[in-house]
Design a protein around this ligand. Structure first.
Ligand SMILES: Nc1ncnc2c1ncn2[C@@H]1O[C@H](COP(=O)(O)OP(=O)(O)OP(=O)(O)O)[C@@H](O)[C@H]1O
Ligand SMILES: [Mg+2]
Length: 354
């Protein structure tokens, strides 16, 4: 029941009216007797802007929590990176969202629907590239896509996927003869056979060489341009930095930080870093430290000086000149996710153990 207050057009008395959405109510002013109609508009149900909502999700193996009461959401149309080291709980989480594993507790909504009750509908709208993806060795690329396409009611055109994934030259090759990078592209292509709204890619670039990794990145950028939502798991911070609109860092089953790259850097990053390449003076670090700078020295002779404010760069350079410290080059870089992870966990992302 909706409530509305209207004014009598004759005597301006305020009249309270109740009605259902879409109902037209006949009203008579109790003061002057003027009659009129009040319309209650049909309620517009706001479309959910969230592609995925995860609330208090938990899963343990043998009493040990692999995913420990995590909550987060993914907006429609964004590339969401779930970043964490080996064993952090990425695959367990993503496979619970995909209904492959059963949560111990928690709620998962995809496109506004609780997957407990409506996974058969939701399944038509998602595409999945599992972490350890393999396909039929003796099927060609085209046959592979045709096969997987048959599993869905709503299907994208195979030709359009082959062209979008740049697989035209290889469509007649059998899967087992493809390079690792191409196999992975076929894996992404399979995830698109039902023209999904949301695509889950579990470590799509692990083990690929830099060129093949770039090619997969281009594919992901293309998906975003088409308005798809991409849920990407990765342990490569540069992948998350390059691709993601929104990043959640998972460590030991818990989300330890979440936001855009800029938000994460603002919240947890340190200052900018001035990198001085190949310092020719052995005690350069001590000299700079004595001047009050926070300095880290690498074995190769590079120095990293933390910069807290813009003019500090000039101060560092002036000290280098004053102390006659020679070097090859300088550059400035922002804090990155590796530093943020180190700050939050005390371990390097690349080295963190589960
Ligand atoms: N089926 C299982 N049975 C028992 N333990 C499991 C199972 N699956 C995962 N685990 C454990 O749960 C934890 C999280 O594993 P998960 O595979 O989710 O991590 P991940 O972040 O995907 O790691 P990776 O980057 O290596 O893929 C790990 O300690 C792992 O050993
Ligand atoms: Mg995994």
């Amino acid at each position: 029941m909706l409530k509305k207050q209207v004014q009598c057009p004759t005597c301006h008395t305020t009249i309270s009216v109740s009605g259902e959405p879409g109902e037209v109510i006949q009203v008579t002013c109790s003061t002057c007797g003027t009659a009129g109609k009040v319309t209650f508009p049909n309620q517009v149900i706001a479309k959910p802007t969230k592609a995925i909502e995860v609330m208090h999700l938990t899963k343990a193996y043998g009493g040990i929590a692999a995913v420990d009461d995590i909550s987060f959401s993914v907006n429609k149309g964004e590339v969401f990176a779930f970043l964490g080291p080996n064993g952090a709980g990425k695959t367990t989480t993503v496979e619970m969202i995909e209904s492959i594993r059963t949560p111990e507790s928690g709620t998962i909504r995809i496109l506004g629907r609780d997957i407990k009750n409506s996974f058969h509908e939701v399944k038509e709208r998602i595409g999945i590239l599992p972490q350890e993806f393999h396909s039929f060795e003796r099927l060609t690329v085209r046959e592979t896509l045709q096969y997987f396409s048959m599993l869905f009611k709503h299907r994208a055109s195979i030709d359009s996927i082959i062209s979008a994934m740049n697989l035209k030259a290889d469509e007649k090759k059998v899967y087992k003869n493809l390079s690792g990078g191409l196999k992975q592209r076929v894996g992404v292509a399979i995830a698109l056979v039902n023209d999904p709204d949301i695509i889950f890619l579990d470590e799509p670039t692990t083990g690929l060489d830099p060129k093949a990794r770039r090619e997969v990145w281009e594919v992901i950028e293309g998906l975003k341009q088409q308005g798809k939502t991409v849920f990407l798991t990765t342990h490569y911070m540069e992948e998350a930095e390059y691709l993601a609109d929104h990043i959640a860092i998972i460590h030991k089953g818990k989300i330890i930080a979440e936001g855009t790259l800029d938000e994460l850097i603002d919240a947890y990053g340190s200052e900018n870093i001035l990198l001085i390449n190949n310092c020719k003076t052995d005690d350069a670090a001590e000299v700079m430290q004595a001047q009050g700078f926070e300095v880290a020295q690498h074995r190769n002779g590079d120095l990293e000086v933390k910069i807290s404010y813009k003019d500090q760069v000039l101060e560092v350079l002036s000290h280098l000149r004053h102390e006659c410290i020679e070097y090859d080059n300088i550059s400035i870089r922002r804090s990155n996710l590796e530093e943020i992870f180190l700050k939050l966990t005390g371990a390097k992302l690349s080295e963190a153990a589960p």
